[in-house]
Design a protein. Sequence first.
Length: 104
Amino acid sequence: MTAETNAGTVEDTGSRCSPTGSGHSGGTAGAEPGGTTAVYLVKGMTCGHCEGAVSEEISAINGVASVKALAATGQVTVVSAAPLDEADVRAAVDEAGYEFAGRA
């Protein structure tokens, strides 16, 4: 979740499932012209904090424009400048602590 401040910047409002409210949220920017979209399956996500953790790690992959993870379905939609190496996505999901199950 984000909120716009008086200065016009966006800041995290901290509303997450973790007791301290320190979860992460993934990007939701639109597709870039000429970009590619891929949908992956990730096992083990149960809440918004999980979605944020997965989104944050995948967002760090070079060329990723946006990530949208949905715990309810296990689907993670990634928009990137070019097709991603599946090994990079798997490593990012592993780093977040979840199980990469391949493409949806």
